[in-house]
Design a protein. Sequence first.
Length: 392
Amino acid sequence: MIYLDNAATTQMKQEVLDEMMPYFREYYGNASAVYELGNKSKYAIDVARDRAAALLHTKAERIFFTSGGSESDNWAIIKTAQMLKGKGHHLITTAIEHPAVINTMKALEDEGFEVTFLPVDEKGFVTPEQVEEAIRDDTILISVMFANNEIGTIEPIEEIGCIAHEHGILFHTDAVQAFGQLPIDPDQMNIDLLSASAHKIYGPKGVGLLYLSPKASRIRSLIHGGGQERNKRAGTENVPGIVGFGKACELAASTINERMQQESSLRDYFIKKVLDEIPFTYVNGASGDDRLPGNANIGFKFVEAESELIMLDQKGIAASSGSACTAGSIDPSHVLLAIGRDETEARESLRFTLSDATTKEELDKTVDVLKETVEMLRSTNLFYQDYLEKNG
């Protein structure tokens, strides 16, 4: 199979699995226990925390492990809002956020908070000026994703964070797609809260993290119970998962520059080949360094994306039509609508996301299959036939 849906999840690295395995049976102690078996688990968590912190160029004490990106987003947004509700009830985010942010914001609206959902331009960018114009006296949190999961656009995070801090407002970023894929330094980028997930960087599913700056460290637990994660996140630690996450962070840190260059080059090669060899195609999102290295979101006019995905799957190629978290939805992508695509265009766009294992040969094969299947689907499309008749 040619796997081009790495934004949805990645294949776990063998080195990650190897490091996890002893903690399922040999070192299975509860990290809260005082005996040696528990201490081994506690030490392993400490090592993983150090590795995650190193990837963010920060201190280990600022890293808190969670069950994944969605929990981290919920924790950051809900508890910040509740902590600061005496100061204000206004939050700012964008129209293209992941559902874990958008739906959390909507839930807070039900509790009486007011949320501004900023529009983006045709490439998916929100500008620092837009953010500043939206700030009110009662604004208490700004949340802007680091890079979009569907179209790959990288937002001006450092500048937005600077504006937030100039106004004394906490700044959160959902960095699930960018973590381990792009260099991130929360201190330099003015980030107070950052969400990340292990399974996007060749680690295990079911584990993530929340970074808290000193200014955000007062937020309370989202999950109540015991005193795990320094009394911030209750629940017996997922030791094998955390160990795997730590190893994935270590591997990501050691290869990030090489991977960025390799995936960006292959991404650009793939996009150009598709546009050159398949007529009536277009790219969604930003280009060059403003786009995630492994992301290619391409529209195929006169082709229904879901039908194309089925045909690709039959040929052994895995891609997607948008966020994995909205798979099965009958609604067109809210991200594509937000950048100005109409409903038809939103339903004819496919997302291809590369990994560090993706090869040029696989991309060549994918383009060959696309040429065949796209033409096959277009041959049965009455609108396409009508277009050809009118335009020769």
